[in-house]
Design a protein around this ligand. Structure first.
Ligand code: ATP
Ligand code: MG
Length: 360
C-alpha cells in the first residue's frame, strides 16, 4: 500500500494565494509520479480576509484542527492595509511555532542555475548549505526591562536565555542533519570572544553534544567573520547551526546571496513529530505585486520539496528540485520578472510541474 499524507494548506494573504496553488500543482504531480497520496484540506484562516469577518486570525479550535495533519503548507500572512503586521503575525504564525514546538528553523541556501545574485559567478555545486536556527529561546526573550525610565540615568536590560534543553535539542538536530549529508560538516555560529557568558556556554554544548557525533567534522566562527565568509567563501559550509538571533540574520543573508527572495524556502520543524511541522517560503505577502499574477512560485514549490523530505519521500523531493533546476536552466521566457523573464506565476508553476518526474 502506498503512503498517504494529510496536508493542511493555508494560503494566507497576497501572493501567498497565488503561489500556493502552483506549489500544490507540483506536489500533486510528485505524488502521481512517486506512488503516494496527498489528502489536502485548505483553510481560510490566518489571513486578513478571515480577520475582517471574525476579528481574530484563527478559530477557537485551530489547534486540534491542525494537529490532525502530518504537515502544514503555508503561503504568507500579512496585509497591513487591513490588519497590523504584529497582530497578524503574533496571532497566527508565531502561535503555530510556539504551540507546535517548532524549535528548528531550517533554511537551505543553494545556488540554482540561471539565477542572478551576488554569488552568481560561482558553480552551483559550490554553494549548497543549510542554516539551522534555534527558533524558541536565546536572544529573543522578554526577560528584562527599563530602570530609571525617562531620566538621565535610564538603564535598559534584556537577557539572553539559553537552557540546556533548548540548546542541546537544536544542536542534536543539526548534528543529525549533518550526519545525513555527504559532507558531514557542522559549523557553529558563536561570539564567545565578545559575549562572555551565553556564547561560551553555547560553545561548550557544541563540544559536549559533538562527542556523540565523532563522524561529523565541526568548526566554529564568530558571527561577524561568519557573515563575511557567507559571501566570500560560501563553499566552506554544509550545515550551519546558530542561536535565534544569529540564525535569523544568517538565514536572510544566505538566500540574499543566492538571488531573489522569490526562490527561498524555509521549514519550521518539530523534530519529534509530536506536532505538525510548517513549511513556508521566506518571502512575505508582497502587497506591491499581489494580484498581478507575476509572483515567483519557486520558493513555495521548494517548500513542497522540503515537506516531502520531512514526510519521508526523499525521491519525490529530489524530483521536485530537479524540475525547478531544469526549468531555470532552460529558456527565460517561462520565468517570472524577478528572474528576468516575462512569464506569469501560473506559467512558471505549470512548466515546473510538467518536468516533475521526467528529469533524472
Ligand atoms: P514580511 O512579510 O516577511 O515582512 P516583507 O513585507 O518585508 O516580508 P515581502 O512581502 O517578502 O517583504 O516582499 C519584499 C519584496 O520582495 C517586495 O518588493 C516583493 O515584491 C518582492 N517579492 C517577495 N516575494 C516575491 C516573489 N515570490 N516573487 C517576486 N517578488 C517577490
Ligand atoms: Mg510583508
Amino acid at each position: 500500500m502506498s503512503a498517504r499524507y494529510r496536508i493542511a494548506v493555508i494560503p494566507g494573504d497576497g501572493i501567498g494565494r497565488e503561489v500556493v496553488p502552483e506549489g500544490l500543482r507540483c506536489l500533486r504531480r510528485a505524488a502521481e509520479t512517486h506512488d503516494f497520496a496527498l489528502d489536502v484540506v485548505e483553510f481560510d484562516f490566518a489571513s486578513a480576509a478571515y480577520w475582517e469577518r471574525h476579528g481574530t486570525m484563527l478559530p477557537g479550535d485551530w489547534q486540534p484542527t491542525l494537529e490532525a495533519f502530518d504537515a502544514i503548507y503555508f503561503g504568507a500572512v500579512g496585509w497591513p492595509a487591513v490588519v497590523p503586521d504584529h497582530v497578524s503575525l503574533w496571532g497566527s504564525l508565531l502561535r503555530f511555532r510556539r504551540v507546535f514546538d517548532q524549535y528548528v528553523n531550517l533554511r537551505p541556501v543553494r545556488l540554482l542555475p540561471g539565477v542572478r545574485g551576488p554569488l552568481a559567478g560561482r558553480a552551483p555545486g559550490d554553494v549548497d548549505f543549510v542554516v539551522v536556527r534555534e527558533n524558541t529561546e536565546g536572544e529573543y526573550s522578554s526577560v528584562g526591562g527599563r530602570v530609571f525610565e525617562g531620566t538621565e540615568r535610564e538603564i535598559v536590560l534584556q537577557e539572553t536565555v539559553m537552557t540546556r534543553h533548548g540548546v542541546d535539542r537544536v544542536l542534536r538536530f543539526a548534528f543529525e542533519y549533518a550526519r545525513g549529508r555527504e559532507a558531514r560538516h557542522l559549523t557553529s555560529a558563536t561570539k564567545s570572544n565578545g559575549i562572555a557568558i551565553s556564547m561560551p556556554y553555547w560553545d561548550e554544548r557544541v563540544e559536549a553534544v559533538g562527542r556523540d557525533y565523532p563522524d561529523v567534522d565541526r568548526d566554529k566562527y564568530h558571527i561577524d567573520a561568519l557573515a563575511a565568509h557567507f559571501v566570500l567563501n560560501p563553499d566552506r559550509f554544509d550545515v550551519v547551526v546558530a542561536s535565534n538571533l544569529f540564525g535569523d540574520i544568517l538565514s536572510d543573508l544566505g538566500p540574499a546571496c543566492t538571488g531573489t527572495l522569490g526562490i527561498a524556502p524555509s521549514a519550521n520543524i518539530n523534530p519529534e513529530r509530536r506536532y505538525p511541522s510548517l513549511f513556508e517560503p521566506v518571502h512575505g505577502s508582497a502587497p506591491d505585486i499581489a494580484g498581478r499574477g507575476i509572483a515567483n512560485p519557486i520558493g513555495q514549490i521548494w517548500c513542497g520539496a522540503m515537506m516531502l523530505e520531512h514526510l519521508g519521500e526523499p525521491d519525490a523531493a529530489a524530483a521536485l528540485l530537479s524540475a525547478v533546476e531544469a526549468v531555470l536552466a532552460g529558456p527565460a521566457d517561462a520565468l517570472t520578472p524577478d528572474l528576468g523573464g516575462a512569464g506569469t506565476t501560473t506559467q512558471l508553476g505549470t512548466a515546473i510541474a510538467a518536468r516533475v518526474g521526467s528529469t533524472t
